[in-house]
Design a protein around this ligand. Structure first.
Ligand SMILES: [Zn+2]
Length: 383
C-alpha cells in the first residue's frame, strides 16, 4: 500500500518537473521519470511519418561505458577495479531449490495437491490473512512440511556469506522465508527478509513475540500455535498476501540502493512487486548481474518504445551494464567465485558447514528418539 503511494508521489513529482520544462533534455534517457515529453514527441513524429528514422535526433547524452565487456568476466574486472564494497544481492526461490525447497508460492508444485482435503477456495488462500484467521490448519500443515531447519543452505547461500566475510556486501535482500540465509550465518544486520521470516512470530491478538523454537515445537506436534496470554493464534512473521512488507524493507531500500556499486540478482524471476522493481533503484552507472535459469525482469518493448526506463536491458543495443548468466544458481555463484579467485574456499566452506549441520541434525534426531524411548518406557511403567 505505502509503496503504491510513494510511487504515485514520484510520478507526480516528475510530472511537475516536465510541465515546468526543467528536465526536458534529460527526459529521453531518464529511467526514473514517467514518459518524457521528448520521447513522446519523437514517438509520435515517427509514427506519423514526420521524419525518417535517420533524421530522428539521437539523445545527446552518450551512455556511460560501465563494463568493458558485458559478461561475467566484465563484472569480475569491474569488482576488482572499482574495489566494490557495497554489493547488494537480491534473491528468490531459485537459490533454495537445490536445497530441496520447492517454490511453493506457485501453484502446480504438488504441494497444493496435498492440501486439497482442506478445501482451499484457491491455492493462494493459504497465505491470505482472512482465510488464515478462519482456518489456520492448512497453513501449519504446509509449514510443517517445509519447516526451515530441515534443509541445508546451498552453495549460493554460502556465496553470499563469503561476500560478507570479504567485506564486499552491503545487504542481502531475499524473497525467501525459509531462513536458510540465517542458517548459512548471514547476520540480522546484513539481511532484509522482504517477505518476512519464520524466524519470529507474533500473536494475532495481543502481538506478543514468539521465537522460532517455540513455534516449531507446536507445529511439529500438529498443534495450532496459540498465545500463552490470550486466545490469539501465533502467526510466523511471514508476509501474507495483502500485508505490508516489513518496516526494515522500507527503511533500508532508499539508503542501500543509492549506495550500491553492484547489484547481483540470484534465482528470482522478478515478478513479485515491489521486490522486482528494486532493480531500478540503483544508480544508472551501476552494473546488474542476473544469475538465473532464464532471463527475468526485462524492460518491456512498449516501455522501451516510449523511452521509458524500468527493468533490465540485456538485449538493448547500448547495454553496457546488464549481464545475464543463465543456468543453475549454485554453478553461477561458483563460476563467479572461481573468477574472483576464491572458488575453492567457497567449496570448502560449503563442505565444512554441511558436515556441521548433518552432525547437529543427527544429534537432534538421536535425542528425540531417546526422549521417545523414555516416554514409551514411562507409559509401560504406568501400565
Ligand atoms: Zn496473545
Amino acid at each position: 500500500m505505502s509503496e503504491a503511494t510513494s510511487k504515485e508521489k514520484e510520478t507526480e513529482k516528475s510530472g511537475n518537473k516536465q510541465s515546468k520544462g526543467e528536465n526536458a533534455e534529460a527526459g529521453a534517457s531518464d529511467s526514473t521519470s514517467g514518459m518524457s515529453v521528448n520521447a513522446l514527441r519523437r514517438y509520435l513524429e515517427e509514427k506519423l511519418g514526420f521524419y525518417d528514422d535517420d533524421d530522428v535526433e539521437k539523445p545527446s547524452v552518450e551512455k556511460v561505458k560501465v563494463l568493458d565487456e558485458v559478461s561475467l568476466d566484465g563484472i569480475v574486472k569491474y569488482i576488482k577495479e572499482k574495489q566494490c564494497k557495497n554489493i547488494i544481492t537480491m534473491a528468490g526461490a531459485g537459490i533454495s531449490t537445490s536445497a530441496g525447497i520447492p517454490d511453493f508460492r506457485s501453484p502446480g508444485t504438488g504441494l497444493y495437491h496435498n492440501l486439497q482435503k482442506y478445501k482451499l477456495p484457491h491455492p493462494q488462500a493459504i497465505f491470505e490473512l482472512d482465510f488464515f484467521v478462519e482456518n489456520p490448519k492448512p497453513f501449519f500443515v504446509l509449514a510443517k512440511e517445509l519447516y526451515p531447519g530441515c534443509f541445508k543452505p546451498t552453495v549460493c547461500h554460502y556465496f553470499i556469506k563469503s561476500l560478507i566475510d570479504k567485506g564486499l556486501l552491503l545487504r542481502h535482500y531475499t524473497q525467501n522465508i525459509d531462513t536458510l540465509e540465517r542458517v548459512a550465518g548471514i547476520t540480522d544486520d546484513k539481511i532484509v527478509e522482504a517477505h518476512g521470516t519464520f524466524h519470529t512470530g507474533h500473536c494475532l491478538g495481543c502481538r506478543k513475540l514468539y521465537n522460532q523454537e517455540w513455534m516449531k515445537e507446536r507445529i511439529f506436534k500438529d498443534e495450532i500455535p496459540t498465545c500463552e496470554i490470550c486466545p490469539g493464534i501465533v502467526k510466523p512473521d511471514i508476509v501474507f498476501f495483502g500485508e505490508n512488507l516489513p518496516e526494515k524493507f522500507h527503511n533500508l531500500t532508499n539508503k542501500d540502493f543509492a549506495k550500491c556499486d553492484l547489484l547481483i540478482i540470484l534465482g528470482s524471476s522478478l515478478v513479485v512487486q515491489p521486490f522486482a522493481s528494486l532493480v531500478d533503484r540503483v544508480k544508472d552507472g551501476v552494473p546488474r548481474l542476473l544469475i538465473n535459469r532464464e532471463k527475468a525482469g526485462e524492460q518491456s518493448k512498449l516501455m522501451a518504445l516510449m523511452g521509458m526506463g524500468g527493468g533490465l536491458q540485456f538485449d538493448a543495443e547500448d547495454n553496457a551494464r546488464d549481464v545475464a548468466w543463465l543456468g543453475d544458481c549454485d554453478e553461477g555463484c561458483l563460476e563467479l567465485a572461481d573468477k574472483m579467485g576464491w572458488g575453492d574456499e567457497l567449496r570448502e566452506l560449503c563442505k565444512k558447514e554441511h558436515e556441521r549441520i548433518e552432525k547437529e541434525t543427527d544429534k537432534e534426531d538421536k535425542s528425540e528418539s531417546d526422549e521417545k524411548e523414555e516416554a514409551d518406557s514411562e507409559i509401560k511403567k504406568e501400565d
